[in-house]
Write a protein that binds this ligand. Sequence first.
Ligand SMILES: *Cc1c(COP(=O)(O)O)cnc(C)c1O
Length: 352
Amino acid sequence: MVRQRTEIGQLPAYRQGASTPGAVKLSSNENPYPPLRSVIDAVAAELGDISIYPPMAAAELVGRLAERFDVTGDEIAVGAGSVEVAAQLIHSAAGAGDEVIFAWRSFEAYPSLVRIAGATPVPVALTDDDRHDLDAMAAAVTPHTRLIFVCNPNNPTGAVVTGPELHAFMAKIPADVLVVVDEAYVHFDVDPDSADGLEFYRTYPNVAVLHTFSKAYGLAGLRIGYAIARPEIVENLRRVAVPFAVTALAQRAAVASLDAETELDERVQHINAERARVTTALRELGWNVLSSQGNFIWLRTGDDTTQVDAVLREHGVLARAYAADGIRVTIGDPTANDLVLTAAAEALAPVA
Ligand SMILES: *Cc1c(COP(=O)(O)O)cnc(C)c1O
């Protein structure tokens, strides 16, 4: 019998959002719009070069991002999706015997990524209103803590951490513990009270910010994300990165997306308008939905989760159900969202 790490055999495999022919997939927080023509053209122009390795430093993209966020290029690390950058952050900070704190429920990849690094995940329950319990997270810090994820807005609940809350939290965190603000949904966040990761990055040397092109920019299939962190941390992220994981196609598409930010922002505004419409309609139906600042909403279905998920499926909607907890439903196009509302009206009927 070949010896393998026992903790790996115990890991759940990452569960891809469900998809079935004919059903609408609202299970992975993907952008409902097709890629922009300009982005497709930029990728197509790069296809002739797929026989060569991509530029590892991603200099053009890094330069553009540096300009965009008023930082230097040595403060930006790219990866094959921000999930890979999250892995880089964990691998460079935490190993066997070290602890990584995150809210729970939050992004599903955190616990596995921490285990894969050989470190110990420390999940801290959300508050009763599905927000980060920053007091409990600060209290969970031990001499073994190396990294803390703050997911803002939180996937899957859509709740935000406010600026004053995050400042109060940072005051309690040792300066040698890295706090990673995961802003995968920052473009959809219009709450003026929400903490601005970049502002925290500029204030605290032990803050890093994680961004992705997958959600608001619609590049989930090309895999590209990045961290903004102090140069000495970025150097380590580059050391642990999988060589050549970020393709030239992805780099091109990211640059073309930055060129098209105005157009992409209009799409984000349409998605947010749909989010508001769906939230209002659900509340009118009697659902207790919190205001989400992501491109998804969170149905707190508790013990009824399996039953409600079944009704969604009957209406051709594939969402992401977390048994005995809730269902995360991505905001899709208006037709898809109408299906969700029809299903939600029916699912509530037995309870109401
Ligand atoms: C989707 C998501 C990511 C990562 O997405 P990538 O496609 O790997 O960039 C990271 N964090 C959160 C909270 C997410 O929901």
